[in-house]
Design a protein around this ligand. Structure first.
Ligand code: CP
Length: 303
């Protein structure tokens, strides 16, 4: 499970439908199911994470798998061990599914060619973050029933966003019209080759949008400054209470997190009536349960 670019519509829908089935497990008094009993899931995180790592841990636990938690900071990577050697050593312990987050875009694909365990991309470089894309789509589908014909704005730092890429592939495949909004300096290279339109003005498109996904400015990934000041960026692209008055009453406000309050989104909007930000996090658990379940099922069918 490396990216939504690789999946067709029926595969995406199958994951979403499977997640629907898993959602009700979280409402039971005993929040466990047995499908991964006896299986081992390794969370290999070479980059910090709050939502994705804990969500995958809980998802694996709910499916009764044993879970290995690997974080670079407390590992032998500090002694010079490579990424592949680390993964191969964990695989030697009998790991069935490796969930990997890495700063390098191709890390999960490289790993999938180098080990025989299933590999799930938990966010790689600027490339894809497929389970975030799926949980975004799941959240929209749950509320709006379908993505067909919806106008979805993805706003901000598209250039450095793996979430944006997974959203673009997944949402456009399911029939949404995706509009990228931000300054030219934060648009990705070859944007004309993506299934999107582009606007450099949030105010020009806001009133048309059914969904708006606000992205964090990823200062840690930038060489220089892509805009004159944070204040100027917020002025033109920040989702403020005042700006929200131009939006549709039932617009869904999304954010993959972590939020920079007061930069890309004001607190009154992030915590306001249109916000589904914590719904996204909640739905992420069911989506990741579905992904772990399905990759394990696919591996069993292949064996
Ligand atoms: N959305 C997301 O990937 O958040 P984390 O970096 O906390 O996992």
């Amino acid at each position: 499970m490396l990216g939504l670019r690789d999946l067709d519509v029926s595969e995406i829908n199958h994951i979403l439908d499977t997640a629907e089935g898993f959602e009700q497990i979280s409402t039971r008094s005993v929040k466990k199911a047995p499908p991964l009993r006896g299986k081992v899931v390794a969370n290999l995180f070479f980059e910090d994470s709050t939502r994705t790592r804990n969500s995958f841990t809980l998802a694996a636990d709910r499916l009764s798998a044993d879970v290995i938690e690997f974080t670079q900071k407390m590992s032998s990577v500090s002694k010079g061990e490579t990424f592949l050697d680390t993964a191969r050593n964990l695989e030697a312990m009998g790991v069935d599914i490796v969930v990997v987050r890495h700063v390098a875009s191709g890390a999960s694909r490289l790993l999938s060619r180098s080990i025989s365990a299933c590999v799930v991309n938990a966010g790689g470089g600027f490339c894809e973050h497929p389970t975030q894309g799926l949980l975004d789509i799941y959240t929209i589908r749950k509320i709006k029933k379908s993505l067909e014909g919806l106008k979805i704005g993805i706003v901000g730092d598209i250039a450095h966003s793996r979430v944006a890429r997974s959203d673009i592939w997944g949402m456009s495949k399911l029939g949404a019209e995706v509009i990228l909004v931000g300054p030219p300096t934060l648009m990705p290279p070859k944007v004309d080759e993506l299934p999107v339109s582009v606007s450099y003005s949030l105010d020009d498109v806001l009133e048309e949008l059914d969904v708006i996904n606000m992205l964090r400015i990823q200062f840690e990934r930038m060489g220089g400054n892509p805009f004159p000041s944070v204040r100027e960026y917020s002025h033109f692209y920040g989702l403020t209470g005042e700006r929200m008055q131009k939006a549709k009453d039932d617009i869904l406000v999304m954010h993959p997190g972590p939020i920079n309050r007061g930069v890309e989104i004001e607190s009154e909007v992030a915590d306001g009536k249109n916000s589904v930000i914590l719904e996204q996090v909640k739905n992420g658990l069911a989506v990741r349960m579905a992904v772990l379940f399905l990759v394990n099922q696919a591996a069993a069918e292949k064996a």
